[in-house]
Design a protein around this ligand. Structure first.
Ligand code: PGA
Length: 247
């Protein structure tokens, strides 16, 4: 399986023109790269302009229902209709600023799968939790609760992104050794719910201050299956370097 490199633009850029330019530059920079699966997750409003592109596209969040009286929400069915293949669910910024709970995330994952999207489930501990030695406990709780009642056949559509909160947007990435250890832990936790074969083949990404100078280690040394890139995905040249270095 090719490494999966996901660009999470977050709430950027501020205009459609800039989004168009960034996307066009990205396509140019990544021309001929087919050794990785590159997914672009822009703000919802820029998805239509990308629907016809070579890259798979994804949402950065979705609602847990497909339609109805839920002001402001975007449903998985709507994302699918726009051509999305993926959706990021449970990003720590959603958990922190919008109070998303594991229970909400679980419902979102189920709705995304029902709409035939591939969820990218984000998990990760805060600095405080890490300092207290709680990383494993937190990850286990997040994994068990967000995957509640999700059958093994559906889990195969889910990618887990390990995104330590203390590493996101801080310029302080998790070391390759630590990411590798956590990756092994995540597989152990997954094997408590599903078969060991499924746990072994689970796709696990790393995210948090990924740059072109550290991208390679997570995929080539830590044995993870790809990257979730935030800030650095807003620079087409740097993002293309990350993709090239990681494969
Ligand atoms: P960052 O963000 O690369 O800017 O640290 C990663 C993420 O939040 O997905």
């Amino acid at each position: 399986m090719k490494p999966l490199i996901v660009a999470n633009w977050k709430c950027n850029p501020a205009s459609e023109k800039e989004a168009e330019n960034l996307f066009r530059d990205g396509i140019k920079e990544l021309e001929g790269v087919d050794v990785a699966e590159v997914v672009i997750c822009p703000p919802f409003i820029y998805l239509p302009m990308m629907g016809e592109s070579l890259f798979p596209i994804g949402g950065q969040d979705c609602f847990w229902g497909q339609k109805g009286a839920y002001t402001g929400e975007i449903s998985p069915a709507m994302l699918k209709d726009l051509g999305c293949q993926y959706v990021i669910i449970g990003h720590s910024e959603r958990r922190t600023y919008f109070n998303e709970s594991d229970e909400m995330i679980n419902r979102k994952i189920k709705a995304a799968i029902a709409a035939k999207l591939n969820p990218i489930l984000c998990i990760g501990e805060t600095k405080d939790q890490r300092d207290k030695g709680q990383t494993e406990t937190i990850l286990e709780k997040q994994i068990i609760s967000t995957l509640r009642e999700i059958p093994e056949s559906d889990f195969k559509k889910i990618t887990i992104a390990y995104e330590p909160v203390w590493a996101i947007g801080t310029g302080n990435p998790c070391s390759v050794q630590e990411a590798q250890k956590v990756g092994i832990k995540i597989r152990e936790i997954v094997s408590k719910i599903y078969s060991s074969k499924t746990a072994e083949s689970a796709r696990i990404l790393y995210g948090g201050s990924v740059k072109s100078n550290n991208a390679a280690g997570y995929v080539k040394e830590a044995g993870l299956q790809g990257l979730l890139v935030g800030g650095a995905s807003l620079d087409a040249k740097e993002f293309a370097k990350i993709v090239r270095n990681a494969v």
